[in-house]
Design a protein around this ligand. Structure first.
Ligand code: SF4
Length: 377
């Protein structure tokens, strides 16, 4: 297996020409070793794949699995990247090596099951993923380009993907397109292809001068004035489904899990959905089994109740994983949460430097580890 070393090629805006988003085949060299990111379209992982990644994290890495803001997972400190790639490929997690870093597809975790969910997004995610991998030209998309499906709940729209399909049509970098979209997957692929035609060195559609407008015109439409969508507040606990069953949302503290925690998920669900807000959703539970599932996940270290102090607290990697960090962010954040008796009124994000990686959207209190700094955003 080959690690591709990208040589930064800086443009006038100071931005590297090639994005160096990590993947499973192209890992990133972090201060704590190789960082491998595994794409999980729609945030979906089956129990079998959870077990594969859980064992790999423990046996090949530092037993730390992080959730990303695109609902992907990444393993830290991987000592044997080739071994991880072999295991991931055998588990079907690398359907197209050429496309592995562009399979960034976020989706409403309930997939149309919730109170306001009117679009069944699971099949659309699969169809888009397969079509994406079947198009050699789209392997050239930057690893930061994001597709998304919002089932009508309004939970994914605030993520402001480059191309979002909603029950009412298409959004391009946060603005609605004035066209009916009978085939969302075909329209999203066409939008991605048009982005490749208008981009220079930019990674995201919104960064291209008039990029969303140019892509909209390519699709035969124009963009509407669209108010920004409010981010979904953090939460944990039982969610009602329209079919009488329920889902359970659980929060891994600070978006991190161990291999044993992935295996705990696999013990109670055939499939889970990770979210861009770094939680995990288990769907289609009978109402009377949800309490037992929640208790098992709580015993494994997940927050499963809205009253948990972990709900609404996030943190960047910090040291020892990030050389820029002033402090062990995760340890400092954990010590701070230990002094809480409930979730903070406003989400709190801990970081180890001014970059503030992973800051959630919306109102947030920013705390810098290693200092007494606190500011509101
Ligand atoms: S915010 Fe700073 S310390 Fe934290 S992960 Fe980003 S670069 Fe590293």
């Amino acid at each position: 297996m080959v690690n591709i070393l990208l040589v930064p090629n800086v443009n006038a805006a100071g931005r590297p020409r090639a994005d160096a988003c990590p993947g499973t085949l192209q890992t990133h060299t972090a201060a704590d070793g190789a960082l491998a990111r595994v794409r999980t379209p729609g945030g979906a992982l089956t129990a079998a794949r959870l077990r594969v990644l859980g064992a790999a994290a423990r046996e090949l890495g530092t037993d730390v699995i992080e959730l990303t803001s695109r609902a992907n997972v990444q393993l830290r400190g991987v000592r044997d990247p080739a071994g991880l790639a072999r295991r991931a490929a055998a588990a079907g997690l690398l359907p197209s090596p050429a496309h592995e870093r562009v399979r960034n597809i976020a989706a409403s975790p309930l997939g149309g099951r919730g109170e306001h969910g009117v679009l069944a997004t699971d099949g659309l995610v699969t169809a888009l993923d397969e079509a994406l991998c079947a198009d050699p030209a789209l392997a050239a998309l930057p690893g930061r380009f994001l597709f998304a499906f919002d089932d009508g709940t309004g939970d994914i729209t605030p993520v402001e993907a480059d191309v979002t399909a909603t029950p009412s049509g298409l959004r391009l970098a946060g603005r609605d397109l004035d066209l009916p979209v009978p085939d969302p997957v075909a329209a999203m692929l066409a939008a991605a292809g048009a982005f490749l035609g208008v981009r220079g060195t930019e990674w995201r559609l919104a960064e291209v001068p008039d990029g969303p407008g140019r892509v909209a015109r390519h699709l035969g439409g124009t963009l509407l004035e669209t108010p920004p969508a409010a981010p979904r507040p953090p939460r944990a606990g039982v969610i009602e489904q329209r079919d009488g069953r329920v889902a359970l949302e659980a929060v891994p503290p600070l978006g991190r899990m161990s291999g044993a925690q992935l295996e705990a998920l696999a013990d109670v669900a055939d499939e889970v959905r990770f979210t861009p807000w770094r939680s995990v959703v288990l769907r289609d539970l009978a109402r009377d089994e949800a309490g037992g599932v929640a208790a098992r996940l709580a015993a494994a270290g997940f927050a499963t109740e809205a009253s948990s102090p972990w709900v609404g607290v996030s943190a960047c990697t910090g040291s020892p994983g990030c050389a820029r960090s002033r402090a062990d962010v995760q340890a400092e954040a954990r010590a701070w949460v230990a002094g809480l008796d409930g979730p903070p009124d406003v989400p709190v994000h801990w970081a180890g430097c001014e970059r503030r990686c992973g800051t959630p959207r919306g109102p947030v209190v920013l705390r810098t580890a290693g200092t007494a700094t606190e500011e509101r955003q």
